[in-house]
Design a protein around this ligand. Structure first.
Ligand SMILES: [Zn+2]
Length: 435
């Protein structure tokens, strides 16, 4: 079906140019296992940023960087006071991730702007492509830094505090890493974590934010569809939990006298699974566990683990989180152990704007392609930017639903169609009048 469809499609964008850039970018940070690693402000991330800035320069898209390290390219509209259309995603990856997550959405934005330029279209309102700093949070366990900086109003102090306290595995703080990156040359000198509020945008600066992203699930594949419209993005709650027990000799301390932090953590983790299973749709994950002192003949005295809870319903997510916290406290207390729960980040669900969804739907219909809607279980920058402006997302089918992995893949045809839908959606949003 897709093959026939691609043959019949009068594609406006240059799919080959887009694909080649995507493959080129995938080489920056490529490891031995073919996975891509570009974590925030590391050497490969800086290299990718330089590559991207050069691309924007070559495409004559007037690049600039803001205080948070977000990189923009743009076509200034005839009426630059009108709120702009923003298309974007992120260039950072997880450790040993894929070539598509984030990078595809950013490069599609560039392709859309290039196509507009080549067609000689100067829109009424300004259109920008943006690569947002650190969506993944892989290096400092702190995500959505670029998008948060764009929308923060009353909370920029909190953002600064988090940048000062978040550290990578070598003990380098986020703040230090950003200051180091600000020395990387032209454009980079705009990075300024001490005055990160300079990156903030007002509601009158942006009319809508559009993001194309790989689905990272199997829904589209099961439906035999290349592209889908995202209805909304699940909110999330992230926390760190510490269980405090007593370390002791594995041979001399009897089972009844023990205060084993790991067995308590194990009970907590099973309880977390059960609470999520019994909820109306929450998903909960413990993805990281640290056992101290971490010796085979010592009873674990202290365990730290992470908690990640998501739900499209804010109400259900909060009730799941409350139940989990209560359960952890009860389990620790029943075993005579201490516990500490530190909430790290909390993001509400965001629904896509009906007007943006309609523009995507109309574009699909124009292309005589089936319209299919699905929610996003994964968090995206669009969720954060939903606090600032109307958002909309387009998902492109992921082969076998694999993501955050070297095998992450979307086909040339699917990527081409996704970008064509983005281009047509953008034209529709640019043509809408008013603020
Ligand atoms: Zn992503």
């Amino acid at each position: 079906m897709i093959e026939n469809f691609m043959e019949s499609l009068n594609v406006t964008i240059d799919a080959n140019r887009l694909w080649n850039l995507l493959m080129d970018l995938g080489k920056i940070g490529e490891g031995d296992n073919a996975g891509v690693t570009r974590t925030s402000f590391d050497q490969k991330d800086i290299e990718a940023r330089k590559w991207f800035l050069k691309l924007l320069e070559q495409a004559e898209l007037s690049p600039y960087m803001d205080a948070a390290g977000n990189i923009f390219g743009q076509i200034i509209g005839k009426n630059p006071e009108l709120p702009a259309i923003l298309i974007g995603s992120h260039l950072d990856t997880v450790n040993s991730g894929g070539r598509f997550d984030g990078a595809m959405g950013v490069l599609m934005g560039v392709e859309v702007l290039r196509t507009l330029k080549e067609k000689g279209i100067q829109p009424e309102r300004t259109i920008k492509v943006v690569s947002l700093t650190d969506e993944e949070g892989a290096r400092f366990d702190y995500a959505f830094v670029g998008s948060t900086a764009l929308v923060e109003t009353e909370c920029s102090e909190k953002l600064k505090e988090n940048l000062a306290s978040a550290t990578d595995k070598d003990g380098i703080s986020y703040l230090e890493a950003m200051k180091q990156a600000s020395l990387a040359g032209e454009y980079f000198n705009q990075i300024n974590p001490d005055f990160i509020e300079q990156a903030q945008l007002g509601k009158n600066d942006v009319k809508a934010y559009l993001e194309v992203h790989i689905e990272q699930g199997k829904v589209l594949e099961n439906e035999d569809l290349a592209v889908g419209i995202v209805t909304g993005i699940s909110g999330g709650e992230w926390a760190e939990v510490t269980i405090m027990g007593e370390a002791g000799h594995a041979g001399t301390i009897g089972m009844k006298e023990r205060k084993d932090a790991l067995t308590a953590a194990a009970e907590c983790i099973l309880a977390i699974e059960k609470i999520a299973q019994d909820s109306s749709g929450s998903v909960a994950t413990v993805g990281k566990l640290e056992v101290k002192p971490g010796s085979s003949n010592v009873i674990p005295g202290r365990v730290e683990f992470t908690l990640d809870v998501r739900d499209i319903s804010n109400e259900c997510r909060l009730s799941t989180v409350t139940e989990i916290y209560d359960s952890i406290r009860t389990i620790a207390a029943n075993r005579g152990l201490g516990c500490e729960i530190r909430p790290v980040q909390s993001l509400s669900s965001v629904m896509s704007s009906p007007s943006v969804m309609k523009a995507v739907k109309d574009s699909l219909q124009e292309l005589q392609y089936p319209v299919y809607e699905l929610p996003s279980g994964a968090a995206h920058d669009a969720m954060v930017l939903g606090k600032l402006t109307d958002i909309g997302m387009i998902f492109v089918r992921s082969q076998s639903g694999i993501s955050h992995h070297p095998d992450e893949w979307s086909t040339f045809e699917d990527v081409a169609l996704g970008c064509e839908v983005l281009f047509r959606t953008t034209l529709k949003l640019l043509s809408t009048s008013g603020q």
